[in-house]
Design a protein around this ligand. Sequence first.
Ligand code: ASP
Length: 166
Amino acid sequence: YAERGIPWTHGTINMNAVNAAGDVSSCTTTSGISWKVPGRVGDSPIIGAGEYTDNTVGAAGSTGRGESNIMVCGAFLAVEYMRQGLDPQSALIKVMERVIEHTEPRLLDDRGRPRFDLSFYALAKDGRYAGATAYEGGRFAVCDEKGPRLEDSGFLFKRSERPSRE
Ligand code: ASP
């Protein structure tokens, strides 16, 4: 949120790709977040949290509240769920559920829903992909043989269930 006239900003991008040979790669870049504690690292540069790739399975990454992701190693967990046979969408929803289970109560509303934003993205080696957020309304960019476009992320809660921000 804006403070002293300076807007609250953040700026992470996770990109996952599979090439024609079936090789998977992934990258997460970030500016971090405004008002962070000096020395804060966030999840983006932590392999297994903000990004993870296994060329036999796929790749995953995140944007949003890094502290909540680090606690579950979200990108690693998404790839592990895909390794166990889950499709990317189901894998990401399970990661989001795990995040909420591990979230400290002060960051949840009285119904146990998160008061923060966190998004996950995943790509399987066979080209299936997905995004997921806690609340309806997330979108992510895709580019394949059908061209570039935005697609809707999966979600746990309807937009109307989102708690108001403090
Ligand atoms: N994930 C980043 C962090 O926690 C913030 C962002 O997504 O912009 O540092």
